[in-house]
Design a protein around this ligand. Structure first.
Ligand SMILES: Nc1ncnc2c1ncn2[C@@H]1O[C@H](COP(=O)(O)OP(=O)(O)OP(=O)(O)O)[C@@H](O)[C@H]1O
Ligand SMILES: [Mg+2]
Length: 360
């Protein structure tokens, strides 16, 4: 296995498009790093540069101790899994797994050993004689994983490998990838635009937007301390509520929204350091609660209640501002009626309204 180091790695396509503005980070030996961000943010470009499928315009890429900018993909000791699993339809699973090794001229005994080991790891030994069309989408994607496994590479690169699968299969193959990672102790770089996949699978996550790294941290650290409004809004579903206004003290802390509406934030024990300042206030849906007695509450109007089963998403408006709360299933007012809610004592996030950066 090996670490991967990016040092100001930049990609400018021939048409002048800057897809990656200069990325610097290290993926530790044995780490599962997820690259996440919306469509077009440069995830695949970054991964393909690590794979050697895309030329690096500037900066340095190291796999292990070796600078590999000019090393051909086949000599980088990596294996890549793509979204479209593209198996050879006329070949059995065994032949699909063996194909790459045969091309490289590996000895027969070595091919058999690796194919059997990969099939064993993936629980597919009984399927080695099947053709792709005889298998489900999840099983085919597992064969595609197997094709990477037989390479026994130092680094696995996966580009949205689950997006062709339905929700249930996505979950089971995702669990499988997590298990494989633990079992092999492999270095993996996993690209997805799905924040749930990123949060559940990644040991650390790189959040990208428009070719620029927004934040790199563990899933929980990103969730609890997003570095800016983009990360705050991207991770978490439903997304964090954000309101713009000026903080001031008057019988507790208030946010005076830009249209003059007052939002009571409660009586904190410690004075808020940004009193008097204009801020973007972030409140996660689970931190907007039905108000008990004595809390600094405000009356919001229920617009729509979305039951999810174990919880409900309550869509509210407060003086025209849309808010989403996430609550345990309970009796709630009907749409059109009022609900007293509070953020007193809840975790509040404060951002600079101009730069979007978290106020520390
Ligand atoms: N061969 C190319 N030539 C020119 N521009 C490209 C090329 N490939 C990608 N781009 C541009 O580079 C940017 C990043 O593309 P990339 O494919 O890396 O995004 P992505 O994050 O993987 O998106 P998605 O989630 O849709 O797969 C996009 O604006 C895209 O249009
Ligand atoms: Mg992509």
């Amino acid at each position: 296995m090996a670490s991967v180091q990016l040092d100001r790695v930049r990609k400018v396509y021939d048409n002048g498009q800057v897809a990656v503005h200069g990325a610097s980070f290290e993926i530790a030996d044995g780490e599962l790093m997820v690259l996440v961000g919306p469509s077009g943010c440069g995830k695949s470009t970054l991964l393909r540069m690590i794979a050697g499928l895309e030329e690096i315009s500037d900066g340095n890429l190291l796999i292990g101790e070796r600078r590999v900018n000019d090393v051909a993909p086949k000599d980088r000791d990596i294996a890549m899994v793509f979204q479209s699993y593209a198996l050879y339809p006329h070949m059995t699973v065994a032949d699909n797994l063996a194909f790459g090794l045969k091309l490289r001229g590996a000895p027969r005994a070595e091919i058999d050993r690796r194919v059997n080991a990969a099939a064993e790891t993936l629980g597919m030994t009984h399927m080695l004689g099947k053709l792709p069309r005889e298998m489900s989408g999840g099983q085919r994607q597992r064969v595609a994983l197997g094709r990477a496994l037989v390479r026994e590479p130092s680094v696995f690169l996966l580009d949205e490998p689950l997006s062709n699968l339905d929700a249930k299969l996505r979950h089971s193959v995702r669990t499988e990838i997590g298990r494989l990672h633990r079992q092999l102790g492999a270095t993996m770089v996993y690209v997805t635009h799905d924040q749930v996949e990123a949060m559940t699978l990644g040991q650390r996550i790189v959040v990208l937007k428009d070719g620029e790294i927004q934040q790199i941290d563990t899933p929980m650290a990103l969730y609890e301390k997003p570095a800016n409004l983009f990360v705050a809004g991207f991770l978490g579903s439903p997304a964090m509520n954000v309101l713009y206004g000026t903080l001031h003290q008057a019988d507790g802390l208030h946010l005076s929204l830009d249209d003059g509406t007052q939002l009571p934030l409660g009586h904190a024990l410690v004075a808020n350091p940004w009193s008097g300042r204009r801020v973007a206030l972030g409140v996660r849906p689970e931190h907007l609660l039905p108000a008990g007695i004595g809390k600094a509450a405000f009356e919001a109007q229920v617009e729509l209640i979305e039951p999810v089963g174990n919880e409900v998403f309550v869509n509210l408006t407060y003086a025209g501002h849309a808010l989403v709360a996430r609550m345990p299933p309970q009796r709630l007012p009907e749409p059109g009626q009022a609900l007293r809610v509070t953020v007193e004592g809840a975790v509040l996030h404060f951002f600079d309204p101009d730069t979007g950066l978290r106020l520390a």
